[in-house]
Design a protein around this ligand. Structure first.
Ligand code: ARG
Ligand code: ZN
Length: 441
């Protein structure tokens, strides 16, 4: 009797010990292999240090179902490149194994991409707890079209809507023309475009931010008042509406437009490789499946053609060209399409240096600056280079926040800082350009 009871007690104790042991073992395993067992899509930051490693990462990014976040294309991966790679959950094990085998170190930048995407697309206007304004959220293409209309109606004295063309899928390309209330003969102008690349959502958000700022602070803030009194400002909030729509409905990581190709089943041209500036040379691709596909010929894409036509017909008035991208935190100027220096390189350098200094001082944030080819990589066919060669000698591309912490999935709570910084840089450059291009009496 007693021995039987004792045996039972011992047995349960054993069972308990075994259970605890099993739990501990599993926990340990989980710790060891947390990357591989994650059920989430992840964004990895991979440190490439040798040419062989660059080859490996290039192969991984093209052979496995992954999306390169940075740099924009595998051909830009060299020795000493920090690569940001989006890896869907089902490929994580394979990819991280490959990285380990080739002694490539990596960190997990994001393990909650689904959650971040949900945060970016949530419509918080229906959430009474949210205090975020319209401009501190991301908006669907339909919302943006509605906003364009409403903004023009509410400010008939300062805003005009201009239809400059339509996209491949026949969506309208609307430009908002902002003007101060002072009439001036032969008014100069600024051009700002956003959303060339579909997944860079902070870019259209900036265009909306900029328009509301201009309208709300005209005659209240000296800088914006002076800008609008001396220049008309053309704002194209979404240059690539088809791609933008597609990032909301189907694939958040989409970059190009959505044009179909005759030679291939792959969709889309990189609009920032489709302009006529050393078109199709090194730094662009002639393969339709690539992220930096330059299209069939310069301005083959209706979106690029519409912008080019508009600028050609306004080239005497437009003094400042600005294209808004993300991410990377950089203030760039031509050339992207060659390593040559533009004739007014020193002048442009001073402008971006000054703007970056202001961002550092006011927002404690570092922006890189310089000629684009030397600061990032060769990228022919870009809109900024083309505008420069057209004669708009103050031509810039801004890469907004961040540097990769969230990348394209910048949470809505960070929109205001990203936009305010860029606004500061824009004002700083625009005011100097206004002085420099003063018409001679
Ligand atoms: N990251 C952007 C791209 O790959 C901009 C690169 C700079 N190129 C330029 N044309 N500004 O298209
Ligand atoms: Zn871009």
């Amino acid at each position: 009797m007693l021995t039987k009871h004792l045996a039972q007690v011992l047995d349960t104790l054993n069972m308990k010990a075994l259970l605890i042991w099993a739990v501990l073992l599993n926990f340990y395993k989980l710790l060891q292999t947390s990357d591989c067992t994650s059920t989430h899509d992840q964004v990895l930051s991979i440190q490439v240090t040798t040419h062989q490693q660059a080859d490996i990462v290039r192969n991984i990014s093209s052979q496995y179902e992954t999306v390169l976040w940075s740099p924009a294309s595998p051909e830009y991966i060299g020795a000493h490149t920090e690569v940001h790679l989006f890896v869907p959950a089902n490929n994580l094990g394979t990819v991280t194994d490959l990285l380990q085998t080739h002694h490539l170190t990596h960190q997990v930048l994001l393990d909650n991409t689904e959650e971040l995407i949900e945060m970016q697309t949530r419509n918080e206007s229906s959430d009474p707890r949210s205090s975020a304004s319209y401009y501190e959220r991301y908006h669907s293409l339909e919302d943006i079209y509605y906003w364009i209309n409403k903004t023009a109606q509410e400010h008939p004295d300062m805003v005009k809507v201009i239809l400059i063309g339509s996209s491949y899928e026949k969506r309208p390309l609307y430009v908002l023309k902002l003007s101060g209330r002072q009439e001036r003969a032969e008014k100069r102008a600024i051009w700002i475009d956003c959303g060339i690349h579909a997944r860079e959502w902070i870019s259209p958000a900036f265009c909306l931010w900029f328009v509301q700022y201009s309208l709300n602070f005209y005659n209240l803030n000296n800088d914006i008042t002076e800008m609008l009194n001396s220049m008309d400002i053309y704002v194209l909030p979404v240059m690539n509406p088809d791609g933008y729509k597609y990032t909301w409905t189907t694939n958040r990581m989409w970059r190009k437009n959505r044009s179909l190709s005759k030679e291939s089943n792959c969709v889309g041209t990189d609009l920032n490789r489709n302009f006529d500036a050393n078109w199709g040379t090194k730094g662009a691709s002639n393969r339709p499946c690539d992220e930096i596909y330059c299209g069939q010929f310069p301005e083959s894409e209706p979106e690029a053609e519409a912008v080019a036509n508009f600028l050609r017909s306004h080239k005497d008035s437009v003094k400042l060209y600005l294209s808004i991208h993300s991410y990377g935190q950089m203030l760039l100027f031509p050339y992207s399409c060659s390593n040559e220096e533009v004739p007014n390189h020193a002048e442009l350098f001073e402008l971006v240096q000054d703007a970056a200094m202001k961002i550092r001082r006011y927002y404690r944030n570092n922006y890189k600056y310089g000629a684009s080819a030397k600061t990032i990589y060769l990228a022919p066919g870009g809109s900024d280079d083309w505008a420069y060669n057209l004669g708009i000698h103050y031509s810039f591309t801004f890469e907004l926040e961040d540097r990769g912490r969230y990348g394209f999935l910048l949470p809505p709570s960070l929109i205001s800082k990203a936009c305010n910084e860029a606004l500061l840089a824009l004002k700083s450059i625009a005011l100097r350009v206004i002085q420099k291009t003063q018409p001679q009496p």
